[in-house]
Design a protein around this ligand. Structure first.
Ligand SMILES: Cc1cc2nc3c(=O)[nH]c(=O)nc-3n(C[C@H](O)[C@H](O)[C@H](O)COP(=O)(O)OP(=O)(O)OC[C@H]3O[C@@H](n4cnc5c(N)ncnc54)[C@H](O)[C@@H]3O)c2cc1C
Length: 479
């Protein structure tokens, strides 16, 4: 990066919020995704929208890549600066601007931590449902850019269902305001929704207005254990077919239960093949009714044990154990590769079977857990990136899993985004017409291609590109 550009950036944010020494930059060379790493040339931490706009003008003038970043907890290589350039950390834009109890909206900066939104609105009897497993560390800017989901997606939807308005800065430095607090707004294209899930490839989000709901007054958690994985998957379909929409329906297979138990020590029966954690919220009467009915359906589908948490703490403990699944799995082997294949929920049982078949075929340890009610599975491969032969098999297995998901009417990613990890597979889902249109949308926002390059759109037709070097010189790939 040019010396003058660095000087200008330092001048905009001040020396305390500008980093360019290798040790400091290293921290921003990776995110929560294994296998990907590349060094930025500089990190900037703007403290206002004006600073963001000024940084964007410098980036455009010198054609420097801009990688927006919150907490770096994404699982698709979304913040790895694969072409170097500037990592723009938006965590200082963390002001809570307003909770509007008339319009039921909250407005805040992108650096606000997800769980802090939950706490702030719940203190007023309000509810912001999206709850990614990373909610204690992830920022709302990151959630918006990934369109994060979570455990409450089944009943309440995902981030895009709650974002009503955004302020964002374009690469030109122009400040764009879209949407707002109006419950209805069909004035032109829905740019707000377009920016949600755009993974930092179009603009930098600097303010978010989110929709809120009244906080449900009651909640109950039920756990069901199964000797047969398919019975658990079938229960999900049966509950929905009975016209009950639980807030949460989470699935863990035996391999995941074993590591979660080792991590959380909550007394899971390790001889079982699978478990479902189901939560319902609403009024006390409705929750009582639904949970009793769900318990009956679990038994009817072959659950060997069904129990309802007796206290809110017991329920919270079960949910926390589920949230710990990824961290627990990550302790087992040096490299944990988690995927996000998603199918219409009626095809969940079939998808679980396919994952197990593929794991066997490639002789891999794949544990599966996920948001069963959404048909959103997280097949997670426990491996070691130093074993290149095994990593090759992992890549082939995941490619097969993506093909299987698409064949079942699903998608390559339900909530974690495309980033680098799935860029090579996007065409499988959207086809050539979709790819072409998306590229033209990208060009309209970002004519010089400086916004998070290498994400969503693969740099070549090769499948997964593994980058693991400071200068990002080595690439291993396969078709
Ligand atoms: C343990 C764990 C559990 C998880 N559980 C879930 C889950 O249940 N559901 C789910 O959907 N996801 C989950 N995730 C992944 C999820 O995508 C992220 O955790 C979260 O949404 C990203 O927030 P972040 O602040 O870390 O963003 P980052 O990782 O820093 O960034 C994510 C993306 O957003 C872009 N971005 C960040 N800030 C801005 C901004 N201000 N403007 C424009 N673009 C921006 C980045 O360029 C990048 O493309 C999990 C991750 C982990 C590690």
């Amino acid at each position: 990066m040019e010396k003058e550009a660095k000087g200008q950036l330092r001048g905009i944010v001040g020396k305390d919020y500008f980093l360019d020494s290798p040790n400091e930059l290293y921290v921003y060379s990776y995110d929560a995704t294994p296998l990907y790493q590349a060094m930025p040339d500089a990190v900037v931490m703007p403290g206002s929208v004006e600073e963001v706009a000024a940084i964007m003008k410098v980036a455009t003038q010198y054609r420097i890549p801009i990688v927006s970043r919150g907490s770096g907890s994404n699982l698709c290589g979304g913040t790895v600066p694969v072409d170097g350039g500037i990592v723009m950390v938006t965590n200082r834009l963390n002001q809570f601007k307003e909770i509007d109890q008339q319009n039921l909206t909250a407005t805040f900066g992108p650096g606000v931590i997800t769980q802090d939104v939950h706490k702030a609105v719940e203190a007023l009897g309000l509810f912001y449902p999206p709850d990614p497993g990373s909610m204690r560390i992830s920022t709302m800017g990151g959630n918006v850019a990934e369109c994060a989901g979570g455990m409450r997606g089944l009943k309440y939807g995902v981030t895009k269902d709650y974002i009503m308005g955004l302020e964002a800065v374009l690469p030109s430095g122009e400040v764009l305001r879209v949407g707002g607090k109006s419950a209805k707004d069909v004035a032109g294209y829905d740019i707000t929704k377009l920016l949600v899930g755009s993974e930092g490839t179009l603009a930098v989000v600097t303010e978010i207005t989110a929709k809120l709901l009244p906080l449900p007054t009651a909640k109950q958690t039920l756990v069901a254990y199964y000797n047969d994985l398919t019975d658990a998957a079938r229960t999900v379909q049966r509950v929905i077919a009975a016209k009950i929409i639980p807030a949460t329906m989470e699935f863990l297979d035996q391999a995941t239960m074993v590591v979660v138990e080792d991590f959380a020590r909550i007394g899971l029966p390790l001889d079982m093949q699978a478990m479902l954690i189901i939560e319902q919220d609403g009024t006390e009467l409705q929750v009582e009714h639904d949970i009793a009915r769900i318990a009956d359906l679990c038994r009817a589908e072959g659950a060997t044990e069904v129990s309802v948490a007796q206290t809110a703490e017991e329920g919270a403990k079960l949910m926390a154990a589920r949230r710990a699944a990824l961290s627990a799995l990550a302790r087992v082997k040096p490299t944990t590769i988690l995927e996000d294949a998603t199918v219409p929920r009626a095809n969940l049982a079939e998808m679980v079977e396919q994952v197990n078949r593929i794991a066997k075929q490639y002789d891999l340890q794949i544990c599966t857990f996920g948001h069963a009610g959404d048909g959103n599975l997280h097949p997670t491969c426990l491996t070691d990136e130093r074993d290149t032969e095994e990593i090759h098999r992992v890549e082939q297995a995941f490619e097969d899993i993506f093909h299987a998901a698409i064949k079942l009417g699903g998608t390559i990613t339900g909530e974690h985004g495309v980033g680098m990890a799935k860029a090579g597979y996007l065409d499988l889902k959207v086809g050539p017409v979709g790819m072409d249109l998306m590229k033209r949308v990208k060009e309209a926002f970002d004519p010089h291609g400086i916004m998070n390059p290498g994400k969503i759109f693969a740099k070549s037709s090769r499948r997964r590109v593994v980058v693991k070097t400071h200068a990002c010189e080595h690439e291993h790939s396969h078709n």
